[in-house]
Ligand binder design. Structure first.
Ligand SMILES: [Zn+2]
Length: 359
């Protein structure tokens, strides 16, 4: 009984307007539902946290809803309630097991597909993070896609089409989800998390329009982390080498946040450039004085070179280079680019003390 109440309280709104910032994909799906022409395989691509999984679940729910509102799910009928509570027998969801989706998980899907849908008109298989399928798992999915069982819709979600076997991609109808505009994410964060505009904007930019990620972040902890990173990047100086290596080490150790930290550092240099050409567009407004200070004595070209250094570090890390080494090189480039640090003596001293010198 209390379970039923709980389900009602978390009633899921999956009608088109509730998937924020994805009007185009939702419009396409609405048309498919209106025409009752649902492809047997769909591929939703786009960044994490922008509504792909929610939309996939919403589509599955709509297909089996007992009293749809328009073409979308009511969210109230027994079928919808089962989808919401994750126990609808005809809704199969495959998720990451560790870092991968493994062959055994796809075999289990194949086994279930041998039987007709149990309750609904449709059976829906959602494979989240399909890019994480092992080669064996990918081949097994391909087999299912080659001979799709009647009344089954398979929805794969992935970062981009190039992450998957081209033979899988070619068998799916592709729907691209775009990052949600920052203003929309900001508005939701202000409304749902009670953040002030400054904090909501910086968080929206930091998550690159991923609303799911923004909503899952502990805003207070994130704010402390952000302030710390920006303070450190603002105080970068070649005059004292040790803090630079210490900072590189701190960043490298926190692997889960490394990508976010580099993105944040990029927003810093973007702001420093903006302070020269369009100060009203600065994102980290609470650091205005330090940003203006950092922009003094640096040309836009020099600053763009720093942006490039951060991009280069991101690329190297994504290719599995040693993060600590990459970050040290990045820091070195960021510092040696400073006008305040042009003396050959300091450069020489810096390079001598860097681990890159082979000490
Ligand atoms: Zn329903």
């Amino acid at each position: 009984m209390s379970g039923g109440l709980k389900i009602r309280q978390i009633q899921m709104r999956l009608e088109p307007q509730s998937v924020i910032g994805q009007e185009r994909p939702v419009r396409r799906l609405t048309k498919m539902l209106e025409k009752r022409s649902i492809p047997h395989a769909l591929l939703f691509t786009g960044a994490d946290g922008i509504g792909k999984q929610k939309t996939a679940k919403g589509l599955g729910m709509a297909l089996n809803c007992l009293s749809p509102v328009g073409v979308w799910a009511c969210g109230k009928c027994p079928s919808c309630q089962k989808v919401i509570s994750g126990c609808h027998p005809d809704m199969i969801t495959v998720k990451l097991e560790g870092s991968f989706i493994k062959i055994d998980q796809v075999r289990e899907v194949s086994r279930q597909l041998r039987f007709a849908p149990l309750e609904g008109n449709w059976r829906i298989v959602i494979i989240n993070d399909a890019q994480a399928m092992t080669l064996e798992a990918s081949n097994a999915i391909l087999k299912i896609l080659e001979e799709p069982p009647k009344g089954t819709v398979i929805i794969l979600t992935a970062g981009q089409t190039t992450d998957l076997l081209s033979t899988i991609v070619s068998r799916c109808q592709k729907i691209a989800f775009r990052p949600i505009p920052y203003e929309k994410v900001t508005k939701v964060l202000m409304e749902q998390k009670g953040l002030d505009r400054q904090m909501a904007t910086t968080l929206a930019v930091a998550v690159k329009g991923s609303l799911g990620k923004a909503l899952s972040v502990d805003a207070e902890k994130w704010s402390v982390w952000r302030t710390n990173i920006l303070e450190q990047i603002a105080s970068l100086s070649i005059k004292s080498v040790q803090p630079i290596f210490f900072f590189a080490d701190v960043l490298a150790r926190d692997k889960d946040k490394l990508v976010d930290a580099l993105d944040l550092i990029l927003t810093w240099f973007r702001d420093v450039i903006m302070s020269k050409i369009s100060p009203e567009r600065i994102i980290n407004k609470d650091f205005m004085t330090k940003i203006e200070h950092a922009s003094q004595g640096e040309t836009i070209n020099e600053l763009l070179e720093k942006v490039w250094s951060v991009y280069a570090a991101q690329t190297a890390i994504s290719r599995n280079s040693n993060p600590r080494l990459v970050l040290e090189v990045m820091m070195m480039r960021l510092c040696l680019g400073c006008q305040a640090v042009t003396s050959q003596k300091v450069r020489g001293n810096f390079l001598k003390r860097s681990p890159l010198a082979g000490n």
